[in-house]
Ligand binder design. Structure first.
Ligand code: AHM
Ligand code: MG
Length: 336
């Protein structure tokens, strides 16, 4: 009976990815192995985050990261865990982490064909008050004939072969796309396995929520100002949108994927490129949103078309429900 089948026939993330890869006859199982190592990193960080208060892991490690921000102990730990899990998979080559100024070139003996760009623990300013935080990652394949250089990770986001995030919230949720839709898995702590709980996520075509740091409004450009005004005082007789902003990208994007609406970190007079980093924040989230039927726009063009020139480059981003992002696009044409 169907309910029994649900309980005894568990679709774990490994089984799911193996199924997906079996559709490609040339696949050698390398991506499955790599994803297993990413999953291991996520489980470790999940367990550390939930123990952080107890274990006194919270606090400053004394270092500052590339952007000059103070690094929390948990960031350092998460970064170390991912670097080790990824390189020991034997499938990776070039690694880029938000926490490390330079790219990491994996030891020759362990080198593989994949490059991983990631933010090991995004939203760290939220750690101390228990708000959801997460890991974001994107995966590229080495360019044809390349032995592994910076150029392999300075590729546009549309070249990614997979992307995802893991949210450490009231439950631990991993959302993944390998380019054929988006699926969500929830960690069953008693099994230590991620189980498929959100098959084939489709973002609603239009949403009722907007998500932005409105404290920056003084410095916004005209399209952003006009768009947010329309959210509050719609001119077409529709209801105003609700505002939800957690300030933790993984949580804000997760809600946007499930409930619809728009998440944005626009350019402003003080930060002409916004705040979020192209390689390991904007690209993976844009990849997921497009795969779920939504849209991701920089204010000038499709986010996944950006050709990065620096690994820690930033870009403004508007992403979410197709119709909502269409609106900001129309406004940027009107007020170029
Ligand atoms: P971080 O990488 O230093 O944690 O910063 C990224 C975070 C995102 O999670 C979030 O979307 C954004 O910063 C919030 O920024 P702000 O506080 O300026 O609204
Ligand atoms: Mg970050």
């Amino acid at each position: 009976h169907a309910a029994d089948a649900m309980r005894t026939d568990l679709m774990t993330i490994t089984r799911f990815v193996l199924n997906e890869q079996s559709k490609f006859p040339e696949a050698r199982g390398d991506l499955t192995i790599l994803l297993n190592h990413i999953v291991l990193g996520c489980k470790f960080v999940c367990s550390s985050v939930s123990k952080a208060g107890l274990a006194k892991l919270i606090g400053l490690a004394g270092d500052t990261n590339v952007q000059g921000e103070e690094q929390k102990k948990l960031d350092v730990l998460s970064n170390d865990v991912f670097i080790k899990a990824l390189s020991s998979s034997g499938r990776t080559n070039v690694l880029v982490s938000e926490e490390l100024e330079e790219a990491v070139f994996v030891d020759e003996k362990l080198r593989g064909r994949y490059c991983v760009v990631f933010d090991p623990l995004d939203g760290s300013s939220n750690i101390d008050c228990g708000v959801s935080i997460g890991t974001i990652f994107g995966i590229y394949m080495l360019k044809e004939g390349s032995a592994g250089t910076l150029n392999d990770v300075l590729q546009p986001g549309k070249n990614m072969i997979a992307a995802g995030y893991c949210m450490y919230g009231s439950s631990c949720t991993l959302v993944l796309s390998t380019g054929t839709g988006v699926n969500g898995f929830t960690l069953d702590p008693s099994l230590g396995e991620f189980i498929l709980t959100h098959p084939d996520i489709q973002i609603p075509k239009k949403g009722k929520i907007y998500s932005v740091n409105e404290g920056n409004a003084k410095n916004w450009d005209e399209p952003t100002r006009k768009f947010v005004e329309n959210c509050k005082f719609p001119q077409d007789g529709s209801s105003p949108k609700s505002l939800r902003y957690i300030g933790s990208m993984v949580a804000d994007v997760h809600r946007t994927l499930l409930y619809g609406g728009i998440f944005m970190y626009p350019a402003d007079k003080k930060s002409p490129n916004g705040k979020l980093r192209v390689l390991y924040e904007v690209f993976p989230m844009s990849f997921l949103v497009e795969q779920a039927g939504g849209m991701a726009f920089t204010g000038k063009g499709r986010a996944l078309d950006i050709v990065p020139t620096k690994i820690h480059q930033r870009s403004p981003i508007f992403l979410g429900s197709y119709d909502d992002v269409e609106q900001i696009k129309a406004l940027t044409c009107f007020f170029p």
